[in-house]
Write a protein that binds this ligand. Structure first.
Ligand SMILES: [Zn+2]
Length: 216
């Protein structure tokens, strides 16, 4: 079985999308990865760093841009975060690959971007754990949701939204959890009333719907 893990910080796990922010040179040749400038690390000269990272985007194993986004608790001022986000979102759009979003207290910033930009990439909000009405506000746009260990708690916002989220917008991840991706799929399968096999197929199909770089 291929339980695809959309976002992890653990290196060299099969069928996973490794977040290769600083470890780009330690990847095994078959490792899928995403690359991007995290809002926490956008201090000086992010443009230079990005133009270096930009070279990796056309690598066949680079499946997404990320994690990038907004964070009101950590990182530089919002004008810098916005500029870096827009630049990287444009790349995701041009390459027709998804953008993996890190968003802390920045739902309004994302919404503002989506409303003011006519052409935006497919976005996967990773580690979703906000209230359902906030998710619903994003549905008119090409925003997808990735769920991690928070769904192991049946009372979490993540579990609540997973139940109601359109099936074609669902992804699953381990992020920096100690949990294995099998546990996340099992929890999601119970919440959704879908077998793990059906869920596995659904996630691959979802990915292939939103990306030019297809999974088999
Ligand atoms: Zn992460």
């Amino acid at each position: 079985m291929k339980l695809f893990d959309i976002h992890t910080h653990r290196l060299n796990i099969p069928n996973s999308l490794f977040n290769a922010e600083r470890d780009i040179n330690s990847l095994s040749p078959n490792q899928y990865f995403s690359i991007g400038l995290h809002p926490w690390y956008l201090y000086d000269k992010w443009e230079e760093k990005w133009s270096e990272f930009r070279n990796y985007v056309t690598n066949q194993n680079c499946l997404a841009i990320g994690e990038v986004g907004f964070d009101r608790l950590r990182g530089p001022e919002l004008s810098i975060q916005n500029a870096a986000f827009e630049e990287q979102a444009n790349t995701a759009k041009t390459e027709e690959i998804p953008l993996i979003l890190h968003c802390v207290k920045g739902h309004d910033l994302l919404l503002e971007y989506l409303k003011n930009t006519s052409s935006h990439p497919q976005i996967i909000w990773h580690g979703w754990n906000l209230k359902t009405h906030l998710a619903e506000q994003l549905l008119p746009f090409s925003v997808n949701f990735s769920f991690g260990e928070k769904i192991l708690d049946s009372k979490s916002n993540a579990s609540q939204w997973l139940k109601n989220c359109p099936k074609e917008r669902i992804f699953l991840e381990t992020d920096n959890s100690e949990k294995e991706i099998d546990q996340i799929y099992q929890a999601a399968s119970l919440i959704l009333g879908l077998s793990v096999e059906d869920l596995e197929r659904q996630v691959i199909q979802n990915w292939n719907r939103i990306s030019s770089k297809k999974l088999k």
